[in-house]
Design a protein. Structure first.
Length: 196
């Protein structure tokens, strides 16, 4: 008897706490993300090849349940669930990674199209798109975007410092933050400069 997706999601939801409590990753304090789980599976002689149909469906259901799964991942995961056992295995081996890259590409294009994105962000985003590998796209979204935004924020703080009409308090606050962390720069530009 073939399980429906709804029943599968209910079963996966019921099993998740028990499986999480039994895994070493939970004991370490961090649960692996769906990206880490899928990319940790090697392509030759993988555990995916040894998984039962139910285990394959549960693995894909977990990916679908992840709120960070984009449209590409959702579409490909649903196609894999509707397909054969080999389709599910192929999705877990390579399809997930490629669908995630598609979603990452869309996210980067949206960042480039955002009128608030600065030159550094647009430059790094364009470079990631030009490289066009799943790893480069993911690296930009996970770390490159934050660093490029910090570069743009430093330029914005420098422009504030270049204005001769600012108050002494604002100048002191800007001088303190210009060499700060990306988070400190962002906070200063969003709220801190208005609190001085």
């Amino acid at each position: 008897m073939r399980l429906t997706r709804g029943a599968l999601l209910v079963a996966a939801g019921a099993l998740t706490p028990a499986l999480l409590l039994a895994t070493p990753a939970f004991a370490a304090g961090t649960a692996p993300s769906a990206t880490a789980v899928a990319s940790a599976v090697p392509s030759d002689g993988t555990p995916v090849d040894e998984m039962s149909v139910d285990e394959l469906r549960i693995a894909i259901a977990r990916i679908l349940a992840d709120p960070d799964s984009g449209r590409g991942v959702t579409r490909e995961a649903n196609e894999a669930l509707d397909g054969t056992v080999e389709d599910m295995r192929e999705f877990l081996k390579t399809g997930y990674r490629l669908a995630q890259a598609e979603d990452d590409r869309v996210a980067i294009v949206r960042i480039i199209g955002d009128p608030d994105s600065g030159r550094g962000v647009k430059r790094e985003a364009t470079e990631a798109l030009d490289t066009n590998t799943p790893e480069a796209l993911r690296a930009f979204l996970e770390t490159g975007y934050r660093l490029a935004q910090a570069e743009d924020d430093r330029v914005a703080v420098a422009r504030i410092l270049a204005d001769p009409t600012i108050s002494a308090a604002l100048r002191a606050a800007a001088e303190d933050v210009i060499d700060g962390t990306p988070e400190e720069l962002r906070y200063f530009l969003e709220t801190g400069r208005y609190e001085v």
